[in-house]
Design a binder for this molecule. Structure first.
Ligand code: PLP
Length: 425
């Protein structure tokens, strides 16, 4: 299948003669076998098939195959949430005593995951600004660094990652670059084309797109040569005693090792799989992703341009604005548009931001982004409230920041709503 628009609609599933046109929801925890021998082969990873939905489910795999095709990867798995996807992508490479290099302007939930919870597991992280100098980036690496992590478009800071630069640095140190591509989606950017090795998604956002189902996804490019760096990745390059001595990188090659290990080991042990019902809903979203992203971006651009000229607005961050700090990177990595999320500061700071939001009629206050309905959030008093002022500023989320996720409504109606709310403060 060729164009991304076609993959959105038809990727991942080609029904045979007389089979359902829409993907079937396999609502079954378990699968039946004629002999114990047959099942034994699955447990030895000698044959591929299904035995228990905590590890794998056919509905999920159809949707994962579509997302793998969208990203241009070789294998993918769905997870119960974006948090689970990022945790498993990192934990598939790192264990106690290891180290990660991460962009400082990542999603607050991911920041907490790696800065607090993964530290408790003995995995340390050094954060660097996405626009740090080459020397700062180089200086962040250690002997025990196992991965580099960033977001194509950061939520909610809206910085754009220089994927090629971060990939080059990661590869110079023999480790993969993991890119969370939630905001751009593969419709607007395919990080593998720029050197990233693993892509993650919170499918909860644009991919589902209707605020219906929490979910995540991990995609492998199949390009990283684990065996060439076998000393760094014993989990992939030495026998797994919990799987009868299988060596993933040898048995499944570059194309399959990463996702097979994440499925066989991490899904087995953590069980954070997406429900097949949610995978079905996700696929409905994917079928129109290419159409919706275009409208989200048009509305984001129109709202950003309106806010940019408004006297009650202190600043606007949207990489589609020519004056934006990340406009040049956006022209390179996001030529077809970025996303529908716009961040801005209301003059008068925290108080003014809260007053403005109270007067909005169409844009609802929600801890969410990237669905059909426009919504907004004040991160400093909600999603990011665990962070100190210092951490907030490092994450690119000042106390006055309002994040507005432009939905699929009419741009004129959205601007009229924003305009009347600003008039009242
Ligand atoms: C929302 C989000 C996450 C977390 O995803 P959940 O599905 O909420 O667990 C991770 N990364 C980014 C960029 C996000 O926007």
């Amino acid at each position: 299948m060729k164009h991304i628009n076609t993959i959105c609609v038809q990727g991942g599933y080609t029904p045979g003669n007389g089979e359902p046109r829409q993907i079937p929801i396999i609502q079954s925890t378990t699968f039946k076998y004629d002999t114990s021998e047959d099942m034994g082969k699955l447990f030895d990873l000698e044959a591929s098939g299904y035995f228990y939905t905590r590890l794998q489910n056919p509905t999920n795999d159809l949707v994962a195959a579509k997302i793998a095709a969208l990203e241009g990867g070789t294998a993918a798995m769905l997870t119960s949430s974006g948090q689970a996807a990022n945790f498993m992508a990192l934990f598939n490479l790192c264990s106690s005593g290891d180290h990660i290099v991460a962009s400082s302007t990542i999603y607050g939930g991911t920041f907490n995951l790696i800065d607090v919870t993964m530290r408790k597991m003995g995995i340390e992280t050094t954060f660097v600004a996405p626009d740090c100098t080459d020397a700062e980036l180089e200086g962040a690496f250690q002997e025990n660094t196992k991965a580099v992590f960033g977001e194509t478009i950061a939520n909610p800071a809206l910085t754009v990652l220089d994927i090629e630069r971060f990939a080059a640095a990661a590869h110079a140190h023999g480790v993969p670059l993991i890119v969370d591509n939630t905001f751009a989606t593969p419709v607007n950017c395919r990080p593998f084309d720029w050197g990233a090795d693993i892509v993650t998604h919170s499918t909860t956002k644009y991919m589902d797109g209707h605020g219906a189902a929490v979910g995540g996804c991990i995609v492998d490019s199949g390009k990283f040569d684990w065996l060439a760096h076998a000393d760094k990745f014993p989990g992939l390059c030495t026998p797994d005693e919990s799987y009868h001595g299988i060596t993933y990188a040898e048995k499944f090659g570059r194309e399959g090792a990463f996702i097979t290990k994440a499925t066989a080991q991490l899904m087995r042990d953590f069980g954070c799989i997406q429900s097949p019902q949610n995978a079905f809903l996700l696929n409905l979203g994917l079928e129109s992703l290419h159409v919706r992203m275009k409208r989200h971006c048009e509305n984001g651009q129109a709202v950003a341009e309106f806010l940019d000229g408004h006297p009650k607005i202190a600043w606007v961050t949207y990489c589609g604005l020519p004056g934006d700090k990340y406009h040049a990177l956006a022209e390179k990595y996001l030529p077809g548009g970025s996303c529908g999320v716009v961040s801005f500061g209301v003059r008068g700071g925290r108080r003014a931001a809260e007053a403005f939001m109270k007067h909005l009629r169409l844009a609802a206050i929600e801890t969410h982004v990237a669905d059909a309905r426009t919504c907004c959030l004040h991160p400093a008093s909600s999603t990011h409230r665990q962070m100190s002022d210092e951490q907030l500023l490092a994450a690119g989320v000042g106390p006055d920041l309002v994040r507005m996720s432009c939905g699929l409504e009419d741009a004129g109606d959205l601007i009229a709503d924003i305009s009347q709310a600003l008039d009242q403060i």
